[in-house]
Design a protein around this ligand. Structure first.
Ligand SMILES: Cc1cc2nc3c(=O)[nH]c(=O)nc-3n(C[C@H](O)[C@H](O)[C@H](O)COP(=O)(O)OP(=O)(O)OC[C@H]3O[C@@H](n4cnc5c(N)ncnc54)[C@H](O)[C@@H]3O)c2cc1C
Length: 434
């Protein structure tokens, strides 16, 4: 207890037990002595909707740091390739990741692992390593303290089993997703700068029977199909090593203005139209499906005094290219480094303002332009001229015969990383305290 008094913080309340909140909790659980960590979630059970499957470099590095990469690689898989095609299946350009696998690149390969399974793994690790459980059915409704500069702690009000309770900590971290209550309580309902795409997306996890096994069409691990109306992505989400599990994620664009019911009714028609072999409903089985509105938005600040916002609660992007959660995990990796620095006395909490500035800059300079380019590439171009006009596809074409360029593309995931120790107090020899 005496030792804990000297630490930069003693307690954290994490609002939202999605992948980002659970990962933050697991990283903090490794601090010695362990701070007091409370995880609140409005839902009674983990979310299993079809969402993130592909994790980029910063995520892989944090999974390694916290010791869960071996399990993720065992139950997920490292994809071999990705390509862009026309609706008739013609391959335009792509990336053969295996070239880079041979080069090593520190094993930071993109890895595929369904986010629902990820949350299950994180929850099990928290229980077994640190006896930390999620407080399910705890819906945050108000922030009672922590937003004013003079507040010396933060308090959230929660509805739990029909009762009102309060949870208090040195810091509150809102990782409560795209509809974040914490964000609304901090900024009001309208302050989420950016825009929403008119196009709607339907994501399905499709377990196909052998008749529409996409491998028979020589499709690659991830396939992006360019078409003004029927653009879509089909990506393998079960490993090659388990051929019985021929599971693919199919995410396709839909017309603006349709109700959720209409979107769901149109799914069979869309599959017959877009998938190779034009499969009828009895030729595949859909495990789950969800419609989504997609957005490009980022808050003006990820820190207001003792309240922090991270991942989807702070910024959103469309899912094409898998930058949403990867960007969210980059926030968490940075936040963990800042909290560790504070815990060791190497920095004070002004580091959170730096963290907010840097992570927002990464969103505006990298995540927003690249993800916006990824979705526009699919529906907003002249298909006949695409290999003359699309600079990204032209670069991929060059990289097919230029291994150095292929490596550069692979390493670009590191651009989301940032070393916050450069802002920590300097020791006498001039190096950052560690
Ligand atoms: C179709 C699709 C495909 C995608 N594919 C990829 C991909 O391949 N790669 C990638 O990197 N990203 C991808 N993304 C994005 C990714 O899924 C999200 O970025 C990620 O799930 C966000 O995680 P999170 O932890 O921030 O929030 P969430 O997973 O949304 O978790 C938020 C949690 O907060 C809880 N909560 C909400 N309100 C409250 C409250 N008031 N009180 C308490 N708890 C609350 C919720 O119950 C929930 O459990 C995809 C998204 C979609 C839609």
């Amino acid at each position: 207890m005496e030792q804990a008094q000297s630490l930069g913080f003693k307690s954290v309340v994490i609002v939202g037990a999605g992948p980002s909140g659970l990962l933050l909790a697991l990283c903090l659980a490794d601090l010695d002595p362990r701070p007091d960590i409370t995880i609140l979630d409005a839902a009674e059970s983990l979310n299993t909707a079809p969402r993130a499957t592909n994790y980029g470099t910063p995520a892989i590095q944090l999974f390694r740091k916290v010791g869960i990469l071996p399990e993720i690689r065992r139950d997920g898989y490292v994809p071999n390739n990705v390509c862009w095609r026309k609706l008739d299946g013609t391959r335009l350009a792509g990336i053969d990741w295996t070239v880079n696998h041979q080069e090593g690149l520190a094993g930071d390969f993109i890895t595929v692992y369904a986010v629902g399974e990820m949350c299950g793994l994180l929850e099990r690790e928290l229980k077994s390593r640190a006896s930390i459980s999620i407080r399910g059915g705890s819906k945050v409704t108000a922030i009672k303290s922590g937003l004013a500069s003079e507040d010396d702690h933060a308090v959230v009000e929660v509805e739990e089993n029909g009762q009102t309770k309060e949870y208090s900590a040195d810091y509150i971290v809102g990782t409560d997703g795209g509809n974040s209550t914490v964000r609304r309580l901090v900024f009001g309902s309208r302050k989420f700068p950016g825009f929403s795409w008119e196009e709607q997306i339907v994501a399905t996890n499709c377990l196909s029977k052998i008749e529409i096994d996409l491998d028979q069409f020589d499709w690659e691990d991830s396939n992006f199909i360019i078409h003004p109306e029927h653009f879509f992505m089909a990506a393998r989400i079960a490993p090659h090593s388990d051929p019985k599990k021929n599971v693919w994620r199919v995410s396709y664009g839909e017309l603006p203005g349709l109700s959720n019911e209409e979107l769901m009714q149109r799914q069979e028609m869309k599959f017959e139209k877009i998938l190779p072999g034009n499969p009828k409903p009895d030729q595949y089985r859909v495990l789950n499906k969800s419609p989504y509105r997609v957005h490009q938005r980022c808050v003006d600040s990820m820190r207001v005094n003792r309240v922090l916002l991270a991942a989807d609660a702070a910024h959103l992007c469309n899912p094409f290219g898998g930058m949403g959660l990867t960007g969210g995990i980059a926030d968490i990796a940075g936040l963990v480094q800042c909290l560790e620095g504070m815990y060791k006395g190497d920095t004070d909490d002004s580091i959170f303002t730096t963290w907010s500035d840097v992570q927002r800059q990464k969103y505006h300079d990298i995540i927003n332009p690249i993800s916006s380019g990824n979705i526009r590439r699919l529906f907003d171009q002249d298909l006949e001229k695409v290999m003359e006009t699309d600079e990204f596809l032209k670069m991929l074409k060059r990289a097919e015969s230029d291994p150095e360029l292929a490596q550069q593309i692979h390493k670009s995931g590191n651009n989301l990383n940032y070393d916050y120790s450069q802002h920590f107090r300097k020791q006498q020899n001039g190096t950052s305290a560690s």
